[in-house]
Design a protein around this ligand. Sequence first.
Ligand SMILES: Cc1cc2nc3c(=O)[nH]c(=O)nc-3n(C[C@H](O)[C@H](O)[C@H](O)COP(=O)(O)OP(=O)(O)OC[C@H]3O[C@@H](n4cnc5c(N)ncnc54)[C@H](O)[C@@H]3O)c2cc1C
Length: 466
Amino acid sequence: MGSGTRFRVAICGAGIGGLTTAVTLSRFPDIEVEIFESAQQLAELGAGIGLFPRMSFEVCSFVKIVLEYEIGPWEIVKKLGLEEDLLKTTEIKITDGPVSSFKYRKSDGPVGYDFYTLVTKGNLVTFHRPDFQKVLLSKLPPSHKISCSKRLRSYTQRLSGPIDLFFEDGTTSYCDVLVGADGLKSAVRRSLLTEKAQWAESESRCGEASDFIASIEPVWCGTNAYRALIPAERLKARFPGHRTLTQPTQYLGKNGYVIAYPISKGKLVNFVAFKSHHDLENTRFNGPWVCVTESAEFAATFRTWEPEVQALVDCVERPLRWAIHTVKPLKSFVSGRAGIIGDAAHAMTPHQGSGAGQAIEDGYVLATILGHPATTRETIGRSMLIYDQVRRPVAQSVHEVARQNGRIFTFSAPDLDFDHVSSPEEMSAKLQMLSHRFTKNWEWAWTTSAKTVIQDAFRLLGPSRS
Ligand SMILES: Cc1cc2nc3c(=O)[nH]c(=O)nc-3n(C[C@H](O)[C@H](O)[C@H](O)COP(=O)(O)OP(=O)(O)OC[C@H]3O[C@@H](n4cnc5c(N)ncnc54)[C@H](O)[C@@H]3O)c2cc1C
């Protein structure tokens, strides 16, 4: 480590969260950064991803971004100097006024009907996910070392001295700060919560210790998503003039919903069907979490739905089944000088398309706190606690409203009963209430800002000690 180096940060995981952390840290040349990634090559990483003010929609191979220019991940994209390069990767032009986005239909009967249009601030702009990662990678200075084929197994830390990192290939490394950006099955989370449990046990806080251990493994949320790209020509042939050839649409009904919208200049329709068993939330899923499967596995759920939905389902061949797993709300994202971000900290359901946006915000906020002059090798632990204090409540509230939207979209919100509706007027009133609920749940994306979080962090950090 050079003599002018403040401290050394190891980032475990080069997904969107880890790379955002690394790019943000590059603004502080006195912080040494090394990234450890389990994949053999960075180009192999991930599928599609997208941001929606502070949220994201993941599609098979594209990024969809609803741009909101003053707040949220796009503000971070601009601050990191990524905007120009990112916009070069798409032909879509930005507008910043209110635009109609998804149409919502009640579809779980022979005749479906529109009941709501979501209006967003700014338009949808689509990107290819590898382009997004390439742009992030292009902003990394040569001094940031990236080591691939390095799967972290665990770490250990003492009260002072470096954190020791142990990799599956038997090698080791060290750092002063460890950022776990290693996704849903995070090895950093496992070590971090085990460490916290040991400390809690040593102070006879046994209940707390078992809570930490119980939060290590992700849990199934009771919902599976079936994803496919449908060639527009196939859908046109099956259902000429199908609205999803031009109009993003969400088809809602009991225990399931379908999202479909055109991508790739209208050549493809991105399709995701959700099949929910909410009573199985927080149980173990038997089978692979992500795999290619047969359409028959989900088609029966939608057999009695309106013809538009049937047509989409008929066009799906061998969808990708994603058994959606989440990380239970944790009591802390940090332990000493180690911390977790993104899916490692708060993997959430995709019902607000927020996972990637939240990972970007975590990475940006944590790196900005680490870069603040008040963070020195002696005060790293305090700065990590400040990251936990300012980011955890935000990310966990998004986790919760995404969960709620999953229930609302499948007519399963506990206090909104769609099983006993006696008149069209009552149905219409309930659908109005339902749209009000899920829009309200999304409002944070328009009304809150990562800026406030940074301001809070700086207030807590206080003046520089240098
Ligand atoms: C199939 C699928 C579909 C999804 N669909 C959606 C969606 O529609 N909408 C949405 O918002 N979100 C979706 N998500 C979630 C979204 O991808 C995440 O929220 C987002 O990518 C989080 O970014 P991250 O950087 O925290 O983690 P990741 O993108 O998961 O990156 C983690 C990185 O860490 C690496 N890694 C893992 N373990 C180790 C280790 N032990 N050592 C070193 N490196 C390691 C991985 O290779 C990876 O590069 C989906 C996820 C999956 C798997």
